[in-house]
Design a binder for this molecule. Structure first.
Ligand SMILES: [Zn+2]
Length: 143
């Protein structure tokens, strides 16, 4: 991580981030808060529960969801983002808190709710301007 974090300013090294990752990923990485104190790299990801021996049964709703996402006429990176959001696999504050990387799960934009994928991409009040076309996104508050 030493290459990705400027050791003197304790900020993300944006030149390295944008050089190593695509813009979307670099932007997401930049949202990860950094400690103000330098410390040695530590592997935070731990194996949670063991994987079940038998594959979990996929419900019809899940099949419909995955089929809907993978059949969308959008760039593959959009499908991947949606898939990751549905699996809570994007670095939201809630995910970082769950992995003990952050001490707080609150949304850094609105400071009013825990930031899970749905909140980060869809329901945060600070995103109102993004989803402002009420005709197109009128179902926003029904989800
Ligand atoms: Zn928010």
């Amino acid at each position: 991580m030493v290459l990705l974090i400027n050791p003197s300013s304790r900020q993300w090294n944006e030149e390295m981030l944008y050089g190593l990752f695509n813009t979307e990923e670099a932007e997401l990485i930049k949202t990860i808060p950094l400690s103000s104190e330098a410390s040695e790299d530590v592997l935070f990801l731990k194996m949670e529960d063991e994987l079940p021996n038998e594959p979990q049964e996929v419900t019809n709703d899940e099949k419909q969801l995955w089929n809907g996402i993978w059949s969308m006429r959008v760039p593959p990176k959009v499908k991947t983002l949606l898939w990751r959001a549905c699996r809570e696999a994007i670095p939201t504050m809630s995910a970082l808190f769950h992995r003990t990387i952050s001490t707080d799960s609150l949304c850094v934009r609105c400071h009013a709710n825990s930031e899970d994928s749905k909140h980060a991409l869809w329901s945060c009040p600070d995103l109102d301007s993004v989803w402002s076309d009420m005709e197109l996104w009128s179902f926003r508050f029904l989800v």
